[in-house]
Design a protein around this ligand. Sequence first.
Ligand code: GLU
Length: 484
Amino acid sequence: MTASGVRVRIAPSPTGEPHVGTAYIALFNYLFAKKHGGEFILRIEDTDATRSTPEFETKVLDALKWCGLEWKEGPDIGGPYGPYRQSDRKDMYQPYAQELLDKGHAFRCFCTPERLEQMRESQRAAGKPPKYDGLCLTLKAEEVTSRMAAGETTVIRMKIPTEGSCDFTDGVYGDVSIPWDSVDMQVLIKADGMPTYHMANVIDDHLMKITHVARGEEWLASVPKHILLYRYFGWDQPVFMHLSLMRNADKSKLSKRKNPTSISYYSALGYIPEALMNFLGLFFIQIAEGEELLDMDELSEKFDPENLSKAGAIFDIQKLDWLNGRWIREKLSEEDFRARVLTWAMENDRLMAGLRLSQTRISKLGELPDLAGFLLKSDLGLQPSDFAKIKSPPEEILEILNTVQPDLEKILEWNVETIEAELRAVADRMGKKLKVVVAPLFVAVSGSSRSLPLFDSMAILGRSVVRQRLKLAAQAVAALVGSK
Ligand code: GLU
């Protein structure tokens, strides 16, 4: 334990590509620990077994390491309060659930998913927010025992006060008051014995001695459930800080439809991690114009968690580009710059894989930049006219681009085989030849109709870069459709 005793954490759920929002919350916690001489730890929250995968976990850890956000304890390095992956802690939660049952703070619920769906349906029809109606709250102990003995499926829910409100002070939002009757009787232990996020999160924060919980504002409404659990267990609650979400320029919640949100997109394009941290860190400090260029030490010195805005952090890519340019020009020595370029080119085996594919397709080495340069480019500068050589009319090209985009999101593991299989399936579904479907994709992904094999190129570029290129291609082609 450090002198300050401050312990904070980032608790990602490995259910998708590492998001810049995770880096934003992680950076806040990291700076908070640095400022207070405390400890920053990492815990994997994989209680949603259907959506969590080990591959995503590895990606989250790699992405946060790339950002330079080092943790003191975590699933990869262990620590005194481990294990740091909730699925590995599964058996630790059961006694706490039992304690709540014994104290009368929780109850067993036997309601079937069908009944719950009907209940929600009628609540919705009556214009009420869906919420458990408490049917199993009054079951007698004998009935619970006999239904369990008969092997009925059961979950454990927490009891919620029926009157009054939960009042607390949030480090960002100030005084908050949420009426108890708007709080659901949250499931704590699921039918398969796994805890829900709420249960595991509170128990782990307590056992891991977390003093400050800083996370996204989407969790603010869950605080009453968490506070109640702390009270039920008789534990001190941490200080809560709910950070405003990052937003697109139009103020909507940052989404990959409008902005690339994956950390891997920014590393693939050659953003410097320090510049990305600098950009995100500016949301947590007050500085005058002209003082924006800051490294991690400077950020932590100026870090000002007392004065955060509730307005939302606008993810302004132009500002990020500007900062990134300044980092490259002003902060990197010639040597460092060279080393970074080489590391970046080698990332994800990009350079080697590109060369492997190019060898059989060139007669002079000087043809390489034209053939394989798209693997390294940040922007292809696609124009509507680039699609003119494709036989399909613009309407069909647009239809293909728009159909393929959501389908590529369904791929679990992004590699040559899975990409090919998915594109074949799309072609079948659309009743088109594969050749017709891949022609516009070729241009969208490489900028040219003569380049390296498509599936391999897509695998090398990575999903987040391909996603962005297809989006830009669809915009270019839409202009063609519109102008006819
Ligand atoms: N696993 C949650 C998430 O990924 C963490 C929320 C929290 O920090 O409590 O958003």
